[in-house]
Design a protein around this ligand. Sequence first.
Ligand code: ATP
Length: 235
Amino acid sequence: MLHIKDLNVYYGNIQALKGVTLDIEEGEIVTLIGANGAGKSTLLKTLSGLIKPKKGSIEYLGKSIAGKPAQSIVKAGMSHVPEGRRVFSNMTVEENLELGAFLRKDKQEIQKNLQKVYEIFPRLFERKKQLAGTLSGGEQQMLAMGRAIMAKPKLLLLDEPSMGLAPIIVRTIFQVIQEINEEGTTVLLVEQNAHMALSIAHRGYVIETGKVVLSGSAQELQESDELKQAYLGGH
Ligand code: ATP
């Protein structure tokens, strides 16, 4: 579904991605693990068209998308939930969710989808008329995910969905990711919480200072000594 080859990305003179090669097949949950500053968010931003790569190729559903505008990539069914839960603060919860579906024309399906999001996150239903800016951090994260679900993406890019959330909400979020995947959405999941990420992912890549240093099935990574020491707290 997604084939990234030799991707090089710079911020001015600083090289953030140094020849990243990575593949995602349809139906997978693939996780990207790495320390702060490794280049994870940069990779997601490059995929969704927010940053243009200097070199390398990105093939998505058989087409080259490297350097294409973000709108055309969204139209091709890729949704990005960025780090830091960006919601539209001055709009209500429901307006934010409806906005997620703005490219869709199937009105009845959209309504069904909205009900589904409310089923997944009852908290959003209770607060549907509340301004998004007044939600708690965890609620905003739910809303950002709900909005992405409303787009019915083929490929969902999630940037640290567990960041700053209480363990009980993290569990809900990870269950939701698994559910969305089972219903047909392919997922690229960036996480600092390697343990949780590997518990739901099929495969993973470890990225260090802009390079992929390790990749394999979730089980292989969970058993890897290298990963255990650096990212799984030695357990
Ligand atoms: P974290 O887990 O801390 O979010 P990350 O793996 O997502 O980290 P990136 O945000 O992709 O890391 O950053 C990769 C590198 O690029 C870092 O060294 C960062 O300082 C640098 N960088 C990111 N954004 C910019 C920018 N707008 N201008 C200059 N350098 C940047």
